[in-house]
Design a protein around this ligand. Structure first.
Ligand code: NAP
Ligand code: GLV
Length: 306
């Protein structure tokens, strides 16, 4: 069995060593144009050339949860696309979203500014019940975030494509329930995959349907948010602020209006990082299962786009 690795965003050495250690029976190599045909490839943002050069691949393992970049390529029908299925990301995402929600709800930015200015100040405590959190996407990450927020006794709503039943979470599904979901949410967390159905879903119309003075946390993909619409809603006071871990262009150019915006907190696409050891263990387990002819979790439905 031959396995290729390719990622412009990761140091190849430790991944090659880790994959080789986890699958000693395999021949593991870094992809270069013209290398001999392989059975599997472990990739992040690969070039079309890799796919074209490797017509025999049984599966492409994506080194992340989101497969939007991978699905832009022309892929042979027989090659399965397998995404990371948690692999240590959901706990990071829960932690990150909870800090963004808590930071806004508890007005910690305002307290920090007061402390820096030498002001010992108090604000009237907000009522938790007046800050329901809506989570768009109730998959591996969204469901974990919902659980974590429930631990702090926030009211949690969720929206997904197919109906869900999650203890204590009011679940909405499909376009026909999107407006009701938005109207019930004051903090909105986006954890959707980026697909033709979800591109631009955070826009003037949808964000404008949230409870007034709302707050946006986008930790999914920059392509979900129509960025000028967010600025307009912030200016109008319809939204109070946003935490954005993802942007349409990463990094944003120096003149981008989000840099230094007083009501936008930016982080560099770091809310849930790919963890090498967990990911290698998961991928190696799935390669073994596929070799035995068994089904694996995390196979992408190319029709749905996630
Ligand atoms: P997942 O398990 O596939 O869950 C996706 C969820 O979105 C599912 O609940 C799905 O509904 C829902 N959904 C998809 N299309 C929809 C639509 N048109 N309308 C309503 N709901 C829709 O994915 P995941 O592992 O939770 O990851 C989610 C996304 O997070 C990834 O795709 C990636 O873009 C992003 N991400 C970001 C970071 C970061 O560091 N910023 C890290 C990891 C992942 P169903 O349940 O009905 O299918
Ligand atoms: C990161 O953004 C991922 O999709 O895993």
């Amino acid at each position: 069995m031959r396995i290729l690795f390719h990622s412009p965003a990761h140091k190849a050495g430790p991944w090659l060593d880790g994959l080789q250690a986890a699958l000693p029976e395999a021949e593991v190599a870094e992809w270069q144009p013209g290398v001999p045909p392989a059975d599997y490839a472990v990739v992040w943002s690969p070039l079309q050339q890799l796919v074209d050069d490797q017509p025999r691949l049984k599966a492409l393992f994506n080194m992340g949860a989101g497969v939007d970049a991978l699905l832009k390529l022309r892929l042979p029908a027989h090659t399965q696309v397998v995404r990371l299925d948690d692999a240590g990301m959901s706990v990071q995402m829960a932690e990150f979203v909870c800090q963004a929600v808590v930071r806004h709800f508890r007005e910690l930015d305002a307290y920090e500014a007061d402390m820096r200015a030498g002001r010992w100040s108090f604000r009237r405590p907000r009522l938790r019940a007046e800050w329901p959190v809506g989570i768009m996407g109730l998959g591996v990450l969204g469901a974990r975030v919902a659980r974590a927020l429930q631990g702090f006794e926030y009211t949690v709503h969720g929206w997904s494509r197919s109906p869900k039943a999650i203890d204590g979470v009011r679940c909405f599904a499909g376009r026909e329930q999107l407006q009701d979901f938005l109207a019930a949410s004051r903090i909105l967390v986006c954890l959707l995959p980026l697909t033709p159905d979800t591109r631009d879903i955070l826009n003037r119309d949808t964000l404008g349907r949230m409870m007034p003075g709302g707050y946006l946390v986008n930790v999914a993909r920059g392509g979900h948010l129509v960025e000028p619409d967010l600025l307009e809603l912030l200016d109008r006071g319809q939204l109070a602020g946003a935490t954005l871990d993802v942007l349409r262009e990463e990094p944003p150019p120096p003149e981008h209006p989000f840099w230094g915006h007083p009501r936008i907190t930016l982080t560099p696409h770091t809310s849930a990082r790919t963890l090498r050891d967990e990911s290698i263990a998961q991928i190696a387990g799935k390669i073994r299962a596929l070799e035995r002819g068994e089904p694996v979790a995390g196979v992408v439905d190319r029709e749905k786009g996630y």
